[in-house]
Write a protein that binds this ligand. Sequence first.
Ligand code: BV8
Ligand code: ZN
Length: 251
Amino acid sequence: MSLFSPQLVFHLAKARRVAVLTGAGMSAESGVATFRDAGGLWEKLKPEELANFEAFMSNPEIVQMWYAHRREVLNDVVPNPAHIALAGFEDLFDEFTVITQNVDGLHRRAGSRNIIELHGNILRNYCVACRQPAVDHELDRPAPDGVYRCAKCSGLIRPDVVWFGEMLPEGAIERADSAARTAEVFLSVGTSAVVYPAASIPITARITGAYVAEINVEKSAIGDDLDEVILGPAGVVLPQLLEAVVTRRAQ
Ligand code: BV8
Ligand code: ZN
């Protein structure tokens, strides 16, 4: 019993332009906690307490510690079969765009090349005062007041991610929107689809004519608006979907 429909395989086998939106569920099987699942990052601490500039300026130590912990977790994880399968899809199409909300850099480590990081990357950090990129030794040990500071001007070091209320990186949403509008097939993988503007991208793909399927262990907030909801872990579904498309093309 296949996890996905023959239509999806048919559409992918004949497609030339495909785009994918990924969320934290993509990295779950690598051992990276998601945000909103039980035990997820934000179960203990609320997003408003952590991922916004005001919280950072009033509580830099807590926010910096949270990101330092997440960077440490990344030292011990590797891309999982979902990331690797997605990298394998890239060469099957004239255009294949990975639009990710994830800030963990795992798509690139898995070999994906055409990636749009909508929410930045926690492996990049910079000083809020002089905006210079932070170098490793500035993240090795906090200043006497317990916070990580810029060695050049003593400003606070922050992760190069998009916090709530902050604009997405210059051009990112435009490029993602264009990829969604030209895609013949669009996959939404491992996202609860509650954060905007990212969550609107699969809908844009659908209303501009793409066949849109979501891959998730439970239906997301936009699941009812899509062509197909595939319930299963991305690390199981994506490798099977890749194999089905390659087999179909060989026929
Ligand atoms: C902006 C970076 C313009 C930092 C993040 C009211 C209505 C609508 C919008 C808003 C509103 N009020 C405010 C807004 C805007 C706000 C927003 O969307 N708020 C939401 C919460 C209502 N958006 C913003 O502020 C954005 N900026 O709009 O700018 C602007 C500017 C100024 C003034 C006005 C407007 C910026 C949003 C970016 C926030 N930054 N992260 C960091 O990572 O620390 S968001 C954060 O959530 C992560 O990036 C994460 O990727 C993202 C989405 O979460 P998911 O990835 O979906 O993860 P989640 O845990 O939720 O779900 C995991 C899913 O995986 C689940 O569905 C689960 O079932 C599934 N899963 C689990 N295991 C598996 C699996 N699936 C497959 N396989 C598995 N094995
Ligand atoms: Zn500085």
